[in-house]
Write a protein that binds this ligand. Structure first.
Ligand SMILES: [Zn+2]
Length: 436
């Protein structure tokens, strides 16, 4: 009796402990206390430095550990005093910024909540090191590669870039037990065949082509199961598994081979939510992972459930689809029925992203994040003819109008009813109806 009482108390205590950092509570903490306040895509090296100054001012250890090709400082943040060594790095691709902000918010919250039990446990069990923005030159230009034009994530063997040399050196000098490789993926990546955006994708990265199973790999699969379960409360249907094709020159694969099994986290997008929401999802995932590594709670998870996650897929989503448009050929005046599928290019949030025509024809197997019913309109290209690869700036004319398509300067001579430019309505917003 006494023993079962004790067990009940233990159970209650562990439940209370769980409640104290439930995913919902982590979300609330982020809502109230996040210090990153700009969209990550707008953050450059100078802003990162001011974020890091703030971390220093609340007592975090922030060290300059190296320099980029253009001599920009690369930093490492360290927190915790425990024996388990956890390493994270973000933005090795300059235009993949979400996790950089989430790391700043994670360290801020860990430091500010050091008095809380769940944080004490992480501090006692783990030493966390993170390199936010490994590729500051790429981040400055908002491009994938470093200033030498090299993809750092294909430079793990050749080590031609200073950034890759640094990353390897930081690993080799410390031999972390787990690594988190933090990226962004295409917004149009889908979770399996669901037609839903893959907002967060995970991968337990094997260290060899034969996909040798190890304790570290199993732990990482369990962790991913736990992280996916946690995030499912916020983004059900939008979590998937990244392709596990072996890439001999990539860092994830090599870290795993060198003895630091890696979890890859790829952040996509979610229609209707902004970049800060994605930072919050990363923040919740990171802290859930840190807590689990600290208290071993991931051991409850069944690694086989990792394979329940749908695979990432591409080709089934576009940013905008105009259904049943009537394409007018400016040369011949011929009219043909077609759907028009557009995709945006990746840009900082502060800049408009150009849209490109990706696909034409009957796009019944493709889902548009926004879909319009263009059946009541003639459509012509604003600057280029409508064909795949051309600009997605479009002019819309109501079908009851008689238009001479061959006249030069069509836009001025025959004013369109609506104009789409850079994916936004320059004129006539609401004229082309959304598809019901
Ligand atoms: Zn990437």
């Amino acid at each position: 009796m006494k023993q079962s009482c004790f067990l009940l108390m233990l159970l209650a205590a562990s439940m209370m402990n769980n409640v104290a950092q439930s995913p919902t509570e982590l979300a609330e903490i982020w809502d109230k206390e996040h210090v990153t306040n700009k969209f990550p895509s707008n953050i450059r090296h100078a802003e990162l430095k001011s974020y890091l100054d703030r971390l220093r001012s609340i007592g975090l250890k922030v060290d300059e550990v190296g320099k980029s090709f253009a001599n920009r400082e690369i930093y490492q943040v360290e927190w915790g005093k425990g024996p388990k060594r956890v390493f994270l790095w973000s933005q090795m691709h300059g235009d993949e910024p979400t996790a950089t902000s989430a790391l700043i918010d994670m360290f801020t919250v860990l430091q500010k909540h050091r008095g809380k039990e769940w944080v004490k446990r992480i501090e006692r069990e783990l030493t966390i090191r993170a390199v936010p923005m490994l590729n500051p030159d790429g981040a400055e230009l908002y491009v994938r590669r470093n200033l030498q034009g090299i993809d750092i994530n294909r430079d793990a063997r050749d080590l031609k870039t200073p950034e890759a040399q640094l990353l390897k050196q930081l690993r080799d000098a410390w031999s972390p037990e787990i690594g988190f490789n933090l990226h962004n993926q295409n917004e149009l990546t889908a979770a399996g065949s669901t037609g839903q955006q893959a907002t967060i994708s995970f991968l337990a990265v094997y260290g060899d082509e034969a996909k040798t199973e190890s304790e570290g790999m199993l732990r990482n699969k369990r962790l991913i199961v736990l992280l996916a379960e946690t995030l499912r409360q916020f983004i059900p249907g939008h979590i998937s598994r990244y392709s596990d094709e072996y890439t001999a020159t990539a860092f994830g694969d090599n870290f795993s081979a060198w003895g630091t099994p890696v979890i890859l986290i790829e952040t996509g997008a979610l229609q209707g939510k902004d970049e800060m929401f994605l930072v919050k999802m990363n923040f919740i995932a990171f802290l859930t992972a840190m807590r689990a590594i600290a208290d071993g709670s991931e051991k409850q998870a069944d690694p086989q459930r990792y394979y329940d996650l749908p695979n990432n897929s591409s080709g089934s989503l576009l940013h905008i689809i105009f259904r049943d448009a009537n394409l007018a050929d400016r040369q011949t005046g011929e009219i043909s029925a077609s759907d028009i599928g557009l995709a945006f290019e990746r840009r900082r949030a502060q800049f408009s992203a150009p849209a490109t025509i990706r696909r034409l024809g009957a796009l019944s197997s493709v889902v548009g994040l926004t879909e319009y019913d263009a059946s009541g309109f003639y459509v012509v290209g604003r600057v280029q003819p409508i064909k795949p690869g051309n600009s997605g700036d479009l002019l819309f004319y109501k079908k009851d109008r008689k238009i001479d398509w061959s006249i030069p300067d069509l836009e001025k001579q025959s004013e369109p009813d609506a104009i789409l430019s850079f994916g936004k309505w320059l004129k006539g917003e609401g004229v082309v109806p959304l598809k019901k």
